[in-house]
Each structure stands twice: as C-alpha cells, then as structure tokens.
Write a protein that binds this ligand. Structure first.
Ligand SMILES: [Ca+2]
Length: 70
C-alpha cells in the first residue's frame, strides 16, 4: 500500500474548510456515486496522490477533519 501524501490538504470541495462534507465526498468517490472528474482528481491530489481512491483516502480525510494532520 502506498504511503499517504506527505502534506495532504483534504479540501475536496475547495471551500477552504476540511469537514464532514469532504469525508462524504471521499466516500462517494470510493463508492463510485460521485463521478465529477474535478472532485475525483482533487481528492487524489489533496489526500493520497496515488492515482486512485481507497479506504485509506477516506481514512486520511476523516483524520484531517477530526484531529488535523500532524
Ligand atoms: Ca472542503
């Protein structure tokens, strides 16, 4: 498994906040119900930078939202 991006931003919807909406978007992208290419690309570049969305991407987004990135 690839390591998470070293400095994830996590702001998938680009509203300058990391919150539950970003986590929900990560889940929807993982499930395939969110198909917006911009959101999918942003989720990858701002969370995992692996080229694909996994449960680790969702976990990273949740962690940023809940406890911040350290
Ligand atoms: Ca956001």
């Amino acid at each position: 498994m690839d390591a998470p991006y070293s400095n994830p931003d996590g702001d998938i919807n680009n509203d300058a906040a990391i919150d539950v909406l970003d986590t929900q978007l990560a889940v929807n992208i993982f499930l395939g119900t969110e198909t917006n290419a911009t959101l999918i690309g942003r989720a990858d570049t701002r969370l995992c930078n692996t080229g694909y969305i996994t449960t680790q991407t969702i976990a990273t987004c949740s962690n940023i939202f809940l406890v911040g990135w350290s």
